[in-house]
Design a protein around this ligand. Structure first.
Ligand code: ADP
Ligand code: MG
Length: 678
């Protein structure tokens, strides 16, 4: 019977499932499954010569093995060679281990040597049954990224089978010469099975030409798939929404301020994009408080003055409702009919809203993703604005696309994205940047305060509020449990209400009903509340200029983007604003690094760049990455030159050599879903 292996050789379904977890579903994937590092197992070190801190391999015989239960379950093995004795310990082990380590058994162990309590030892070394006669490897041993229950030996065997076939280069030799990159086959073989004379340090630095070739190919595949998505999009149709300068001009005139030059520039870019007959996919980036909302409102008006509807979508009810309340009055004055759709709305109210939207009586609909998850439909949707787009998942954006004719899309993000990241992961989008804040903002002073000085902070909050100001108190983030998070928020509120009894204190968290949430926010806005205790639900978009003090508890638990967003809630008026970051010690290295960045920097782009260095691109892009092949080999900081070369080549390649482009994408992306073309 022929096995149903997805590979060219038999693989059991159980093994195939484990491989699939690593994204390995065909021979070509195994070929590109490159080692994380390599071990030198070509030599045996006599036990006598072992040094603590070094990694070594010994050939030894078991003299004793026992399972202890105190202080915890542990397998202790003593081994010896002609030169000395070595202790081995396993904290996780199976009965099969115990069987293997019978006295007299001969094995090879490799791992890090430690100076233990009773002499030298190895904890969780790798081991194989072997005696003096067993030949030593003549190559460095690769260590692959793996998953639970899939051993290195199995992976190595599988990779060897996949490597049995020749590896065709996807790129013509002349191009490689021009790019000064080596051929693919020798690069891949070298990385999987480096010869002994290959210096480990050079291999590990990833600046080795073989690595550079892989990084380039990976970047090229990404650029090709993004460029293809982009081309595909420009072949689709959307209603052209030309600038008519009727509603937009009237709206801009009625604003109590003039657009900043950066806002005006972004608005021009959006306005001309909307006039094109294919779907706009533009990302509007601007730091917290840079004034993205009015620009989005202008875009909506351009759709409406062309006889189409617009949808303004925000990731949270609080934010969606705030947009609605802030924009609707000014818009109604221009004769625009606004609707409001939310998950927490009363049924009849929601039905009425949908009726207005479907019948075309509403021009502009505000709401959360409920706007696109519910059965309701638009009569003529021309534009969708997605605020804080990084908060939305890919699935949600897809659902959005399935609603009738294809509307234009304006996505907004206050998470500034460093240039290299935008060049790679967002290359299919057009980007407008608002790179200045409106005038008259006072810079925010950030203070780092150890939790031991919480009383001083309380005094400061009291003083600020009694002097007519308002403040936020942000409760610690508890990722593991929403229930615990809620509990903490309520406890914090109760404690503060007691400690600051002369203040009017409100509480807002994610579990409140939408109208309760709205009531609290409205009271805070109207200054009926002095101190607002909040979970991180206020992270996005909330705008109360009189609140100039923010305290963030357990700031060490939060990410940089989150801290920056939170801090952006203050500094919106003319008062000097202060953000107090309360932290608990001891701090992890990462937490310390993050606090240092947020303390020293206020510029969102610079913070994002540091964030990228600390965490890698995944989280910075929010949910976007789930539909995108992530970079395994390329590093956007290190490989900027390769990224630029890949981008240039991708553009030419797609037009002049579509066959090369197709072959290259087939190898790197293959049957896996390429970028969802949004
Ligand atoms: P964000 O980009 O973070 O979404 P908002 O759109 O909420 O920022 O704007 C922040 C605040 O700045 C709002 O109160 C808004 O009315 C105000 N604002 C926007 N543009 C200007 C401008 N050009 N001059 C003065 N204030 C502005
Ligand atoms: Mg905003």
């Amino acid at each position: 019977m022929k096995s149903a292996s997805p590979f060219s050789f038999p693989v059991s379904p159980a093994l195939a499932a484990k491989l699939a977890k690593l994204g390995l579903t065909r021979d070509a994937d195994l070929v590109l499954h490159l080692p994380l590092r390599w071990e030198d197992e070509t030599r045996i070190t006599p036990i006598r010569d072992l040094l603590p801190g070094e990694t070594a391999q010994v050939q030894a015989v078991v003299t004793e093995a026992s399972v202890a239960y105190r202080p915890r379950r542990m397998l202790t093995v003593t081994v010896e060679d002609a030169s000395g004795v070595l202790g081995i310990r396993f904290l996780n082990f199976y009965p099969s281990h115990v069987k293997l380590f019978q006295p007299g058994a001969s094995l090879r162990f490799s791992g890090e040597v430690r100076g233990g309590f009773l002499g030298l030892e190895m904890v969780h070394p790798r081991f194989v049954k072997a005696d003096d006669e067993t030949p030593l490897p003549t190559q460095l041993t690769p260590v692959y990224p793996t998953t639970a229950g899939l051993g290195q030996a199995t992976l190595r065997k599988l990779v060897d089978r996949a490597l049995a076939a020749p590896i065709a280069d996807t790129l013509p030799a002349e191009w490689l010469a021009e790019l000064d990159l080596p051929e693919l086959e020798p690069s891949i073989r070298l990385l999987h099975r480096p010869p002994l004379e290959c210096a480990l340090s050079e291999l590990e630095s990833r600046r080795h030409p073989a690595w550079q070739r892989l990084a380039f190919d990976e970047l090229l595949a990404q650029q090709l798939s993004l460029a293809a998505a982009r081309r595909q999009r420009t072949s689709r149709r959307s209603p052209p929404l030309s600038p008519r300068a009727r509603l937009t001009t009237a709206f801009a005139r009625a604003l109590p301020f003039a657009l900043t030059p950066a806002q005006a520039r972004a608005w021009q870019e959006i306005s001309s994009d909307l006039a094109l007959p294919h779907p706009m996919r533009r990302l509007l980036q601007g730091d917290v408080g840079s004034g993205k909302t009015v620009v989005a409102a202008l875009a909506c008006l351009q759709a409406i003055e062309n006889g189409f509807q617009a949808a303004f979508m925000a990731p949270t009810e609080i934010l969606a409702e705030q947009h609605y309340r802030k924009l609707a009055p000014g818009l109604s004055a221009l004769g625009i009919r606004c609707a409001w759709v939310s998950g927490g709305q009363r049924k009849a109210e929601r039905a009425a809203a949908w009726e207005a939207i479907a019948g075309g009586e509403a021009d502009l609909a505000f709401g959360t993703h409920a706007l696109f998850q519910e059965a309701g439909s638009f009569r003529a949707l021309g534009l969708v604005v997605v605020d804080e787009q990084h908060r939305f998942g890919v699935g949600q954006r897809l659902a959005l696309m399935q609603k009738g004719a294809e509307p234009h899309q304006l996505m907004m993000s206050a998470t500034p994205i460093p240039r290299t990241l935008a060049m790679s992961f967002l290359a299919d989008l057009d980007v407008s940047v608002i790179d200045e804040l409106p005038p008259g903002r006072t810079p925010i002073v950030t203070k780092l305060v150890g939790a031991a000085r919480r009383d001083d902070v309380l005094a400061r909050v009291r003083e600020a509020c009694l002097a007519g100001g308002q403040a936020y108190w942000v409760c610690p983030l508890i990722e593991e449990s929403e229930k615990l998070q809620l509990q903490t928020a309520q406890d914090t509120w109760a404690a503060l209400s007691e400690q600051l009894s002369e203040l009017r204190i409100g509480l807002v968290h994610g579990r409140l009903k939408p109208d309760e949430k709205q009531a609290v926010m409205a009271a805070f806005q109207a200054h009926e509340i002095d101190l607002l205790v909040a979970t991180t639900v206020i992270e996005v978009g909330v705008d109360v200029p009189n609140a100039a003090l923010m305290v963030i508890e357990h700031a060490e638990r939060m990410g940089l983007a989150q801290l920056h967003q939170l801090r952006g809630r203050v500094g919106r008026g003319s008062r000097e604003s202060v953000c107090v970051l309360l932290y608990e010690t001891p701090l992890s290295d990462l937490a310390r690094a993050r606090l240092k960045v947020i303390f020293e920097l206020t510029d969102g782009f610079e913070i994002a760049r540091q964030d990228l260095l600390l965490r890698g691109p995944g989280e910075l892009l929010g949910h976007r990455q789930s539909g995108l092949p992530m970079l395994r080999f390329a590093d956007l900081e290190r490989d900027v030159a390769l990224l630029e070369a890949a981008r240039d080549l991708a553009r030419r390649c797609l037009v002049d050599h579509p066959d090369v482009a197709a072959r290259h994408m087939e190898r790197w992306i293959g049957p896996r879903q390429a970028l969802t073309s949004i």
